[in-house]
Ligand binder design. Structure first.
Ligand code: SAM
Length: 187
């Protein structure tokens, strides 16, 4: 029998991604300074929307937030919160961030991929990074962060290779093991 070794996306319980403790320890508005009224955002691997809703608040009714996660339960939880709080500017998709064909080329001001690639099956990393480049406006920015450690699907060399494909505007200190960066597309 041939074993199928293809890795799967990692999904997490919804309550682990948005709860009181997280709200006490981590600022859900951390990414708001990257956007302004009327802008378009893509939150890739958005989970139940910990950062999505504050971003939607920030871009306002003239803006739009695409929220994408391959975990259907997370998307349903996000939609419930968005309805409860009356957000009409969030378009949520229970699908893989490796195919963003519902987003036009060069139309997004800010891409958030916080903890996405380290949780996503490795065979989809390349297409996802290509999709980020495709949807970003020439002057747009992306915040990409991945976890380290044995459960991460992104190793040190892959992280550096991903960053090489972008213009790096700011990044965490590699000596400290920080794996986050603010990037834009190369001219
Ligand atoms: C570490 S969590 C981060 C969630 C959110 N970005 C945050 O910071 O609260 C990673 C998320 O990526 C999602 N994910 C994993 N593979 C994915 C894929 N192929 N496409 C879209 N989302 C994916 C998981 O379901 C999970 O919600």
């Amino acid at each position: 029998m041939v074993e199928n070794k293809e890795k799967q996306d990692r999904h997490f319980p919804v309550f682990a991604q948005d709860n009181l403790l997280r709200r006490l320890l981590s600022n859900s508005k951390k990414f708001n300074p990257y956007v302004t009224d009327g802008q378009v955002v893509a939150d890739l691997g958005c989970g139940p929307g910990y950062f999505t809703l504050p971003l939607a608040e920030c871009v306002g009714p003239r803006g739009r937030v695409y929220a994408i996660d391959s975990n259907e339960k997370a998307i349903r939880a996000l939609e419930k919160k968005a309805n409860k709080h009356g957000y009409s500017n969030i378009e949520a998709y229970a699908s893989s961030a490796s195919d963003l064909s519902f987003i036009k080329d060069g139309s997004v001001d800010f891409v958030l991929a916080n903890g996405l690639l380290c949780s996503m099956a490795p065979q989809h990393h390349e297409s996802t990074v290509n999709e980020i480049k495709r949807v970003l406006k020439p002057e747009g920015q992306a915040y990409i962060a991945v976890d380290r450690g044995r459960f991460s699907y992104v190793g040190e060399s892959e992280w550096e290779r991903i960053l090489e494909g972008f213009r790096i505007e700011r990044r965490g200190d590699p000596k400290m093991g920080d794996r986050w960066a603010v990037v834009s597309i190369k001219p």
